[in-house]
Structures are given as C-alpha cells and as structure tokens.
Design a protein around this ligand. Structure first.
Ligand code: F6R
Ligand code: MG
Ligand code: MG
Length: 364
C-alpha cells in the first residue's frame, strides 16, 4: 500500500466585512501565515466565499486528527483577534467553545475530510458555499453520482457503470444509513429530498470502495440550541478516471436550485455559481453563492486553484439565478421564500404569540 494523503477543508465565519458579505484581507493573510508556518501540513490554500474563511489543507495525519483540528482552531482564533481589532461584524461568531477540546467537530467550524492514496493523477474540486446549509449539496451530489442525464459516465464508462454508495446522515436523530445507487434511488430520494434534515455526507465508488465525495454536515444551530449563524457548507469531490469528469461534477450548478439560508438564515433562494471575485453576497444578503476551486494533487501539493465558475459558461446560470432571486423576493414575507416555521432561525413567533395570547379564542 502506498502512502495516504488527507485532504481537510475546515471553515468558519469569524467576522464579516462589511456586515455578513465578505472576509477582510487581513484575516486571510493571518490564516495564510498560520498555515504556512505549520510543520504538520504538506500544503495549504486559504480561500473565502462570502463571510466564511476556508482552510484547504493536505497532510499525512488522517481524518479527525487532533493536531490538524487544533491548527485550524488556533488559526480561527488568531483571525478572530484580527477581526476584533478591526471591529469586524460578528467577530468569532462560529467559535462556540472557549477552548479547543481535541476535535473541532461540534465546536462550530464546518469540516470535510477525506483520506486516500493519491492516484497517478488526482484532480479534485472543492466546493464552498455561503448563505446556505449542508443539505444544499444533496441535489448536486445526487446529479453527479446518480443521474445519467447529468453524468454520461454512469452510462458509458464501464468503470462507473455499477454506480456509487451514498452515506446519508439524519442531522436530527444523529444516525446514518447507506444507500446503493442506482438500485435504491427511490428509497434514497425520500430522504435526501428533505435537505434540512437528511444530508449526503459521503459518496463511495461502488466497485473499488474508494472515497469519491465528502461534505460538511455540521448544523450550528442544532449544536448551540439557538441561532448562532449559518452552517455555510463545503464539499470535496474527486474527479476523472472512474470518478465523474470535472465537467460532470460542475454541470448540476448550471441550473441554480433553491436552497435555504438566505437573509437571516430564514429564506429560500437560488444557489448562484460564481468566481472568487464575485463571491460577495449583496442583494438581501445574497443570493446564496457557491465557488468551485479545482486542484491537481501532486504528492500532496495543491497545484492550483482553477476558479471554475468564473467561466462565461456559467453566465447564463447567474442570469437565471438573478431572475429566480427577483421572483422569490417578490413573495416577501410569505412562504416558500420565507422558510417553513420549523426551519426559521430567527423568529418573532414566540414573542408575538405571547403578546396576543389572550386574544386567541377557542373555537367549538
Ligand atoms: C444569513 C446572514 C445574514 C444575517 C443578517 C442579519 O445567513 O448571514 O443574512 O442573518 O444580515 O444579521 P445580524 O442578525 O447579525 O444583524
Ligand atoms: Mg457572518
Ligand atoms: Mg457565511
């Protein structure tokens, strides 16, 4: 067996510039300095989408490694200090604990990690989104790994024809179940069609058992038991040679789907694919954005990135997203633009109910 590389993507919002729209360059610089100075890593790249900092790291220490998680935690703490000095908005908002406790999971930041033996050539795409939630990846992951109308390889590439395994998490009950596609697609869709609760955590190549994709499935509000910001998610996908081609991996984003998490974490809107320099949500704090960075791994080095959605081939998707955004906005405070009550992260309902308590008359 050859040596294994771990690709870890850990993200947090530790202060917005301005409001919740973006990350100040001083924070990115701080994060870069922290990671570059670490002997634990083979390589690193610091990116941002909206107000989230994404630490993309390669190493040989495996998933859930305490030292790597500590490094990410310390990096976010150092960035928080910078954010506090500049009085950036919501400084330290995603760091739920006072001190690091061995594993960054459950402490606020989002985590997606995969460990694998690097192939002869190892193309990966790192997706990062803002103003949405982990379930936002359900529809694109379904299309990439299970929909023959999206992924031609499922039909015509013998090494993909057997399909993929999907590990689905129930974020409320904290359980998981694995579905085998294509045989169990209809069963799986019953669950993943409800992305506020059921999220695709991992996808495996069925024939080889190799990891193909992993997403971050943290839900901050469930962890903290109160509104503490959105769980803007990340997702890593391996591409080519028995995995979906890069173009098959990007294709689902050509038609923006509706996701939860716009304005106050309480609205639904289209997920707009953008290049890094357009990853600054503005209108009504949105619409929600997704960036796709491509890397070739070379002995763990991150060769890249390629800013895929900066391509004009996604201009039409952006236009469509703007049209959908305009329509959804026209609904104002009405569902389904505003999320269903169960999903609303900010709500005045208890207060208003209390105020009007005595005015509700029982009907017989
Ligand atoms: C959505 C988001 C923003 C904020 C909104 C209010 O996920 O980050 O839409 O919810 O700007 O922010 P606060 O409550 O911090 O004033
Ligand atoms: Mg924020
Ligand atoms: Mg955010």
């Amino acid at each position: 067996m050859g040596k294994k590389i771990t690709l870890s993507v850990i993200k947090a919002d530790v202060g917005g510039f301005v409001g919740h729209s973006s990350v100040h360059p001083a924070l990115l610089e701080k994060a870069q300095g922290m990671l570059q100075g670490s002997p634990l890593l083979i390589d690193s790249y610091v990116a941002h989408v909206g107000d989230d900092i994404n630490l993309i790291m390669t190493h040989e220490l495996g998933r859930n490694n305490g030292e790597i998680h500590q490094l990410a935690w310390d990096t976010f703490c150092a960035c928080t200090e910078v954010a506090k000095k500049l009085k950036l908005y919501g400084a330290g908002q995603d760091l739920l604990a006072d001190a690091f406790s061995g594993n960054i999971k459950g402490m606020g930041p989002g985590v997606a990690e995969m460990e694998f033996e690097e192939r002869k050539s190892e193309p990966v795409v790192v997706f990062m989104a803002d103003k949405t939630e982990p379930g936002a990846w359900n529809l694109p992951l379904y299309k990439i790994f299970a929909d023959p109308f999206n992924t031609a390889g499922l039909v015509i590439d013998p090494s993909m024809h057997d399909g993929f395994l999907f590990e689905v998490r129930d974020l409320i009950e904290n359980t998981r179940v694995t579905f085998s596609a294509p045989e169990e697609l209809y069963d799986m869709l019953v669950f993943i069609g409800a992305p506020g609760r059921y999220c695709i955590k991992r996808v495996f190549h069925k024939q080889s058992g190799e990891i193909a994709a992993v997403s971050s499935t943290q839900r901050l509000n469930l962890m903290a038991g109160r509104y503490v910001g959105k769980d803007d998610p990340v997702c890593i996908v391996r591409c080519q040679s028995g995995m979906p081609a890069v173009g098959e991996v990007l294709e689902p984003f050509a038609r923006p789907h509706l996701v939860s998490g716009w304005m106050r974490g309480s609205h639904s809107g289209p997920l707009m694919p953008v290049g890094v320099n357009q990853a600054t949500p503005t209108r009504f704090d949105g619409p929600p954005r997704v960036v796709a960075l491509g890397f070739q791994l070379s002995e763990g080095k991150l060769v890249g990135p390629q800013d895929f959605f900066a391509d004009p081939a996604f201009d039409q998707a952006r236009q469509m997203a703007n049209e959908i955004a305009g329509y959804m906005r026209s609904l104002g405070p009405f569902e389904p633009h505003r999320l269903h009550l169960d999903e609303m992260e900010y709500t005045t309902m208890p207060l208003v109910l209390k105020k009007l308590k005595d005015r509700f008359e029982k009907l017989r």
